[in-house]
Design a binder for this molecule. Sequence first.
Ligand code: SF4
Ligand code: SF4
Length: 166
Amino acid sequence: MSDTDPFWKSKRLDEMDEAEWESLCDGCGQCCLFKLEDADTGEYALTDIACRYLDHDTCRCTDYANRRRNVPDCVKVEPGNIAALRWMPATCAYRLLAEGKELFDWHPLVSGDPESVHAAGASVRGKAVNEDIVDDLEDHVVEQLNRNMRDGMPPLGGPARPPKRD
Ligand code: SF4
Ligand code: SF4
């Protein structure tokens, strides 16, 4: 670490201010996909169904300020809970930093371009359906996404996981 390191390298998650924290979100939209959880085993399956509040082009929430009121089980990611959110995608910036890894070079903070997350194939743009047009959630469990999750690869087929920090 040096004096010129950007905040995500020089600060712990719990040291970041709100603007820094929010800017860590790469806008992939993957955490807004529905997951089905097996009540007996605790295992979960990822679907390609997105929350009705997700904008499928920007992959951002259309009512972020009110997300918890609109969707009571929308999880607020915080320094204290990120480690326990095991369904978060391997590419999620919060998860990567919590695990001591680097951000991908397509992360908008690194690339300087909010489109780079989409160009890299790491977002749900063009890959998800709105919950309002879905009848049966189980029909939308996407095997490839789940294979990728089990293999520790980015769920949506993005680049391989980065190396650990020095
Ligand atoms: S998975 Fe992480 S980086 Fe992607 S939208 Fe959700 S919080 Fe942001
Ligand atoms: S309310 Fe917004 S942030 Fe929460 S799951 Fe839906 S689209 Fe995502």
